[in-house]
Design a protein around this ligand. Structure first.
Ligand SMILES: *[C@@H]1O[C@H](CO)[C@@H](O)[C@H](O)[C@H]1NC(C)=O
Ligand SMILES: *[C@@H]1O[C@H](CO)[C@@H](O)[C@H](O)[C@H]1NC(C)=O
Length: 420
């Protein structure tokens, strides 16, 4: 089941095949370049810092350069992949703020309700309940508890329109370990049931319902950092498992957490994401988060009848932390905010402040608007022509794209899609 409405226009088979070939060759080149970049910079960027403020490490003091060079560098920097993209300004309206702020929470839209789950309130406190936003009267309400054993962040989540499937994730605050426990919520009765646990736990795996099966792939492995490429599925119907065990499926070409995973017109898409993530500091009794090398990417993959991964045109810039930041409208995928590659000089995490559209009729990407601020892991819905987002972590300000405040604000704008 998809989030929001979708139409049934098909991709032209022969032109998309050509595009795919072109893209595979481009991707091959990009991967090599990426790998070279990653191996040359890995030694200098595995520093630790607070997850909250992503301050640069003491290593950054070694980056002192003469003023002239600095200026030159800055010019080059602005033209690079992590810079903000131009796009039309949108008129945003601020709505009722959520009962609690959330980072790395999860959200599922069913009709006029946005079910908002879990998430960090602060780095040392995680939520274990659900809040509901009603798009018809634009109010929050209906709070209820999650099962005690359910993960609090980095969840895989999807709905069939009534049942919400909740797979694995991180259990507890800071950078604690994951759980493989998996649940299903009946949104009508608000009853929770167990599902067979994932074979091994994952952080923020790509999760979707496709052809009667719950698919889970990628994510980070048990250490929170190493990308997993494994892919499993479980037959489910009306909130019940039809099998006792997960089935192994074709691995995804590139692993890692925090991607959009969407089924449209019987095809499964996986967009963006990253390799690497914060890890618990070795020996820390509170599993204190420590920053590690991350590579954020633009990759778009698709599975169809062939059950072989196809490569589609890449996103306009690297984008991660978008697992619940998408909707599907009129055969286009719309993605809100996210994170891109870190700043090469300050090494700070860089947030995205664009709304981007992937038109599946033309397989073209475009920037359809700017957000009121840059934001990551935001939770998105679409109702009655309005695009909504809530929660996540926003930037320090217009001139500083690094993450700061965890928010509960709700914003909306009239969605205007690009025909191209
Ligand atoms: C949302 O609000 C409207 C207007 O108050 C109400 O009629 C509707 O039942 C609410 N939706 C749900 C699912 O409670
Ligand atoms: C989607 O398509 C319908 C029918 O053509 C149109 O009325 C609507 O405005 C479109 N929605 C958006 C957001 O463009």
């Amino acid at each position: 089941m998809v989030r929001g409405a979708s139409s049934s226009v098909k991709i032209g088979a022969s032109s998309s095949a050509k595009l795919v070939i072109i893209c595979i060759s481009l991707l091959g080149f990009a991967l090599i370049a990426d790998f070279l970049y990653a191996s040359s910079s890995s030694s200098s960027s595995s520093y630790s810092s607070s997850l909250w403020n992503s301050q640069p490490s003491s290593h950054s003091s070694t980056l002192v350069v003469p003023l002239n060079d600095k200026k030159k560098k800055k010019k080059r920097v602005l033209a690079d992949a992590y810079a903000d993209l131009d796009g039309p300004d949108l008129k945003w309206e601020k709505m009722a703020t959520a009962p609690v702020p959330r980072l790395d929470g999860a959200a599922i839209q069913i009709q006029d309700q946005l079910f908002v789950f879990a998430g960090y309130g602060t780095i040392d406190y995680v939520h274990s309940h659900v809040d509901i936003y009603n798009f018809t009267d634009n109010t929050w309400g209906g709070r209820f508890d999650m099962p005690k054993e359910m993960a609090h962040s980095h969840l895989g989540m999807v709905t069939d329109g009534r049942y919400i499937y909740i797979v694995t994730g991180q259990y507890g605050p800071q950078c604690r370990g994951p759980t493989a426990r998996t649940f299903v919520l009946d949104t009508v009765t608000k009853q929770w049931e167990d599902l067979p646990p994932l074979p091994v736990p994952r952080y923020a795996p790509a999760t979707q319902l496709w052809r009667g099966r719950l698919h889970v792939m990628g994510g980070s492995k048990e250490n929170r950092h190493t990308p997993g490429i494994e892919h499993w599925s479980l037959a489910v119907k009306d909130g019940k498992p039809l099998e006792k065990e997960w089935r192994t499926e074709i691995p995804i070409p590139r692993g890692g957490p925090h991607r959009s995973c969407i089924v449209i017109d019987d095809r499964l898409y996986v967009l963006g994401g990253q390799e690497g993530d914060f890890m618990a500091k070795p020996g820390s009794p509170i599993f204190k988060c420590s920053r590690r090398m991350e590579v954020v990417y633009t990759d778009v993959y698709m599975l169809d009848d062939d059950m072989k991964w196809k490569v589609l045109p890449p996103m306009p810039k690297p984008n991660s932390h978008i697992e619940f930041a998408w909707i599907v409208v009129n055969n286009s995928i719309v993605i809100v905010g996210g994170t891109t590659e870190k700043h090469p000089e300050t090494k700070k995490m860089v947030l995205n402040g664009e709304v981007v559209q992937f038109n599946l009729n033309t397989l073209k990407w475009s920037v359809i608007g700017k957000l009121p601020f840059r934001v990551k892991t935001t939770l998105v819905g679409f109702w009655n022509g309005w695009l909504y987002f809530t929660s996540g972590q926003r930037d320090k300000g217009p001139d500083d794209p690094s993450p700061k405040k965890v928010i509960g604000e709700v914003w909306r704008t009239k969605l205007k899609l690009n025909d191209v």
